[in-house]
Design a protein around this ligand. Structure first.
Ligand code: PRP
Ligand code: MN
Ligand code: MG
Length: 178
């Protein structure tokens, strides 16, 4: 039994695509000297963003995934990050770009950054499509942010509400109607 809600568009597919083009050119400049970039998507939320981002990069990249979960089906962070699937490849000495959909409390990225930096990558950077700075509980900053947003409950473009709505092509906000 789910409270009824509607989704109001907040960031259109077009706006997202335009911002990804800008971010991709900054990333291309940052990594122009490397032939070793590993792009790491945090499942599940980043699967749409990473797919669009890597296709704009025009760099030799490897793609790997790490599955991290802290919300499950809840709307509140458990503040405990579980690693459900580790990277397939080694990252020691590599240039690593972590791709995340949204930074909320910051627990997920803080945990992942600590985990991956312990594996001695040459360079470790983070890109997040969305940032909700008002909700931050731990100190973590992405190196690139797509959009900074107010404290709204957002879905779409990979982001779920109780595992639904990941397939929306835009970012929307959830509005409960009852
Ligand atoms: C969501 C989201 C981020 C994280 C952000 O993941 O995709 O990974 O929460 O929240 P935080 O900054 O408070 O940690 P979730 O745990 O829902 O898993 P999912 O990506 O599989 O949906
Ligand atoms: Mn996630
Ligand atoms: Mg989720």
């Amino acid at each position: 039994p789910q409270r009824p809600y509607v989704i109001d568009e907040m960031i259109s597919a077009k706006q997202i695509a335009a911002r990804i083009e800008e971010l991709a050119s900054e990333i291309r400049a940052e990594y122009s000297d490397t032939d070793k970039l590993v792009v790491v998507g945090l499942l599940r939320g980043s699967f749409v963003f990473i797919a669009d981002l890597v296709r704009e990069l025009d760099l030799p990249v490897e793609v790997d995934f790490l599955e991290a979960s802290s919300y499950g089906n809840a709307t509140e962070s458990s503040r405990e990050v579980r690693i459900l699937k580790d990277l397939r490849g080694e990252i020691e000495g590599r240039d690593v770009l972590v791709v995340e959909d949204i930074v909320d409390t910051g627990y997920t990225l803080k945990h992942v950054r600590h985990l991956l930096s312990g594996r001695a990558p040459r360079k470790l950077k983070i890109i997040a499509l969305l940032d909700k700075p008002a909700r931050r509980e731990v100190d973590i900053k992405a190196d690139w942010i797509g959009f900074s947003i107010p404290d709204e409950f957002v879905v779409g473009y990979g982001i779920d509400f109780a595992q639904r709505n990941r397939n929306l092509p835009y970012i929307g906000k959830v509005r409960f109607t009852e």
